[in-house]
Each structure stands twice: as structure tokens, then as C-alpha cells.
Design a protein. Sequence first.
Length: 222
Amino acid sequence: MGEPIPHNAPVLVIGLGRFGAATAGQLQRQGREVLAVDTDEALVQKWAERVTHAVQLDAKNMEALRQIGAQEFQVAVVAVGNSIEGSVLVTSNLAELGVPQIWAKAMSATHGKILARIGAHHVIYPEAEAGERIAHLLTGRMLDFIQFDDDFVLVKLYPPKQIRGKKLLESGVRTKYNVTVVGVKSPGKPFTYAANDTVVSDHDLVIVAGSSDDVERFAALS
């Protein structure tokens, strides 16, 4: 295994559509050095003053990537828009250049499999993930929802009546509902870690962890 990649390593972002621009912008706000690349001159000009560097070029061209020093980057994000062929070529180029960590946006499961096979280390499905999250939030019971690959979820919600006014241990959250209350937020206060003797009030918010089905059933309690 190679050396670990520094947490503040510069990032090459290819594609300045909505996903790429959002990624580049957030990285810049976090103090990361960002080189943003797109074929669209207007987008490059728009982002020239918002990120460390912005360059107009076609990342499907290997020589163009070499000229901007893509091979020197340890982290790259392929955020190419709606062209599957384009994202595949760009990802393949970065893999051939030996970039140690390639994150690539996919538009379908098949697209994602291709990206993984040609060298993407992390495949992202932003549209699908956003759709799934919204579907859960539309029930009105959850305020935020994060799902991980192994069906483990973290959810922010108002606590069901069954656990209010009791210590978490007494309410039997784990034994009855097979979920864990990870954190509690009282009005005007920051989130704190939950403990067995934590008492949840009517006005609190809670962070709950567990399988998707178990958390859904817990959130559905009156």
C-alpha cells in the first residue's frame, strides 16, 4: 500500500456542472486547493475567482491533462455532465496517469460498474441518492436522512411519544425498537451524545441509528 493521502491534498475537479461546481465550491470553503477544469469557457470564467485555479480544456485529451499536471494530483473528481463516453474517457485517462484516488459521478448502475472497472476508486450516484433521501423525508416524520451502503442509516427526527419523559434505558429503545439514539438536541443547545440516563423531552430532536426498516418503524410511532 502507498502512503496515506493527506486530508488537505489539492483536488482536481473535472466538470463544472451543478455537481462539480458544488463540490469545487465546498472544497474551496474548506480551505482545499482546487484546480477546476471544464470545456465551457463561460463556466471557467465564472469559477476563476471562486477556486484556486480554473482552466478551460478537454480532459478527454491525455496530453491536455499532462500539461496541467493532472498526474501530480492525489485526488481527482470526475464530475462530467451527461456524457457517459466522456466520463469514461476522463476516468480512464486519470487512471492511466496514476492518480491514487479517483471519485467519479455515475448516472446509472451500469455506468458505475464501467467506471469502477476502468479505475474509479469511488463511484457516486448523486441523483439516485438525492431521490432516495427525498422519498424518506416526504413521509414528514424525518428531518434528515443519511443511508450507508450496508443499509445502516442515521436519521434526525422528533422523538415518538413512547420515549419522551423517560430515561433512554427505561424506554427500552434498543430492546423494543432495535435502534439506538445517538444524540439529543434540546432547544437552543447543541447536539450532545445520548447516554442511558438521558431523558428526552417533548421539544428535543434526536439522532437515531439502525437499519433502514427498523428506523422507519421507529419514526412511524405516534
